[in-house]
Design a protein around this ligand. Sequence first.
Ligand code: GLY
Length: 452
Amino acid sequence: MVDAFKRSRKYDVKLFIADKQGNPFNLKMAESHAVIPDLDVEKIYEFAKKHKEEIDFGIVGPEKPIINGLRDIIENKLEIPMICPVKEYAIEGSKVAQRRLFQEVVPEVNPRFKVFDPKDYDDMEPLKREVYAWLDELNNQVAVKPDKPAAGKGVGVWGDHFTTREELFQHFLANFEHGPVIIEEKLEGEESSFQAFCDGKHLVALPETRDYKRAFEGDKGPNTGGMGAYKDKEDILPFMTHADKEREKEIVNKIFRHLCKNGENNGLRGMPFYVAFIHTKEGPKILENNSRPGDPEIINILPLLKDDFVDVCFKILDGTLTNIALEKKASVVIYKVPPNYGGFSTTFPEKVKTEEVGKPVDLSQAYKLSEKYGENIHVYPASMEQRNGEVYALRSRAVCVVGIADTIETARKISLEGINAIKGGALWYRKDIALSNHIRRSIMHMEKLRKG
Ligand code: GLY
């Protein structure tokens, strides 16, 4: 988003950035920069207050400040309009509320689910009996999800994170200690990410992207924030049909209209619907929804904006956003991450360049590739910190490179060239992001499912 603003040709944009750390990219771009490691909304409010007179509007990337009501605080106390949903629509704040909403509005695309609430159980025996009875009904093919984001052990899936009921129950209990837990039907299919900007009256769907959630090649290892993502030249992915996309828009619009009540609701401003869909033999179904842009998925899209991002934001605030013009290009985002991320260093200790761990990362050669590729390559530091003139990777996804081209294959090559030009810090990446074999497997999988 910072880059999209800075590429504005119409406006002299000044950015006031509240950041988790001294991100080198944001430091360079910001008029004023505040490090707020926990993204505490009161601290962000204090930062905004200092610059109140200079700020036209605010925009939010991560979910935590949205869930904690940043928009409500800033708009009520400072009257700075914000582009993100109000706290009430921070839909990822409760997976249980989310499932219940979908059950009311679009039950046909909601997986079968049951909520187990600690309030309803005093003893272990009846709890275990009811969990096992539900597993009987779903033939063990389930996903276990805590109500609150990142509570306990997080999401666990049968066949991936556990293969026995006892293991599943242990995973379940580790979440149940923290609050309600959902056990829902595990669906077979191919995943895609749907994102739409919203001005409270209109939903403008963006092209579909495919995220790679698992840490290791071949979709193995633990779930991560997303190791990379691809977008095709068209609005759909190679394994989707145009009818799938239309159906997704229909589903999301139904939820939007339901929440709008009287036809409009500017509480939903921003990106209230970043929906993870799974394409099954019965069409798209909803895995989950967030009220923020997807990371990395939004990074596939924003570099392709033909419209000025500032104008897009003004239209969101005015309620006049009916269209967003994008280049018709494929894009591939690959993240480079530190050795501990996703459990890499314990799973593959032999692959870690130990002499480089904790050392500075050199991005200069990657940046230099823009001399060769122009606007078709972008290097975005993420969980990185600038210290004493050097750049260091922190604990999360460190830096991504976006490649842009007419085909996914060429976009991938550009992204990889950038990734390989980043040196130091013992960073690693998934080598099969947007690989043609991986995409072909998705296409074949969907063909098989559709044939039944
Ligand atoms: N790509 C996953 C997420 O943004 O939650």
